[in-house]
Write a protein that binds this ligand. Structure first.
Ligand code: GLO
Ligand code: MG
Length: 342
């Protein structure tokens, strides 16, 4: 099995955090795209406004013209667009949420912007629309009605499915941050929206490792859940040191065994055989010098490939025997030996 890798231009960044400004000079968009192939990546993940800066101030024709230009740049580099996501969390009209805002006009605007993102996705040659439901939740429970919120989400999804009969929607769950509590915290929540939609076959999930950990769940089990439904259509591999702010650490850097199990569930279930990418959503540490601020991407990719080797050489017969004997202590020891190379 060969794997194809992707990341988004936001994964090469300037090191700003909520407590400090950028510490590295930006690479411009063209420089970022030029780096993909060298780093071993062929897929690009985009927000709508990564492709079309200042999108809100542009006419539809201007937006589509710019998307066409970016498509040609990608073609020139031999890159493909994996997914496009509407950035529904930065504007003044999404402060209180987008599809679940209490203001009906804001809900409508969020759906309109998402329809435009679908147009951009088509122009970029992908039918994958990612919805990270960033502000669909609350800071205090009393601020919104949690039952209405679910209906608003289903309504938005249905309107997007109806707008373009070929688009697929990939919901990226996350339990918190920026919200105190998000309405779609896990893949189970995401997939239940899929089944309630008017076209369940076109709604699936994108699972991010760190988001599962923040929900107190194991990423490989979350992935397994989606795989069992045939609905794991993309991943954001990364790592996370416990229950704190969303860290987007390099894949496997906090817990190698947890990473091994993600690679294992993906490889064992043929993930990638329908064109799915191994997507990364990783951030370089704020301390990293500018010229070394791509390492987290290269490291995450190579760690994935090394773990894929570990999955290949994992002794399945031994595992079978240990499981049959219910010797899980023996299995535990074998897994650690295998990862340590003994
Ligand atoms: C933040 C999310 C974010 C999304 C991206 C694509 O926690 O992981 O990075 O993946 O905006 O929609
Ligand atoms: Mg993500």
């Amino acid at each position: 099995m060969t794997f194809r890798f992707s990341f988004g231009p936001w994964n090469i960044h300037e090191g700003a955090d909520p407590f400090g400004p950028p510490v590295r000079q930006s690479y411009d968009f063209q420089e970022k795209l030029a780096a993909y192939r060298e780093l071993g990546f062929e897929g690009v993940q985009f927000h709508d406004d990564d492709i079309v800066p200042d999108i809100a101030g542009k006419t539809h024709a201007q937006v589509m013209r710019r998307a066409g230009e970016v498509r040609r740049i990608l073609d020139g580099h031999g890159l493909v667009t994996e997914i496009v996501a509407p950035r529904l969390w930065e504007g003044a009209n999404t402060i209180d949420g987008a599809y679940t805002s209490n203001d009906p006009n804001e809900r409508l605007q969020a759906i309109e912007r998402s329809k435009q993102t679908i147009d951009i996705a088509r122009e970029m040659g992908t039918n994958n629309l990612v919805l990270w439901l960033a502000r669909e939740g609350t800071y205090i429970r009393e601020a919104k009605n949690p039952v209405d919120a679910v209906h608003f989400l289903i309504d938005a999804i249905n309107k997007l499915l109806d707008y373009d009969k070929t688009i697929r929607i990939l919901i990226e769950p996350k339990p918190n941050e920026p919200m105190d509590q998000a309405y779609i915290p896990t893949i189970g929540h995401a997939l239940s929206l899929a089944y309630r939609s008017t076209d369940p076959d076109r709604v699936g999930g994108l699972i991010e490792s760190a988001h599962c950990i923040l929900a107190g769940l194991d990423p490989s089990d979350e992935m397994g859940y989606a795989l069992a439904h045939g609905k794991l259509w993309s991943v954001h591999l990364n790592d996370q040191n416990g229950l704190k702010y969303d860290q987007d650490k390099s894949f496997g850097s906090d817990n190698l065994r947890r990473a091994f199990n993600q690679v294992r569930v993906l490889a064992d279930n043929g993930y990638g055989s329908n064109g799915e990418f191994i997507g990364l959503d990783v951030k370089a540490m704020r301390t990293q010098p500018r010229e070394l601020s791509f390492k987290h991407l290269a490291n995450s990719r190579s760690l994935f490939l090394r773990l894929a080797d570990k999955v290949r050489t994992y002794d399945r017969e031994k595992e079978r025997q240990l499981v049959a004997a219910r010797d899980y202590e023996g299995l535990d020891e074998y897994v650690l030996d295998h990862l340590l190379g003994r």
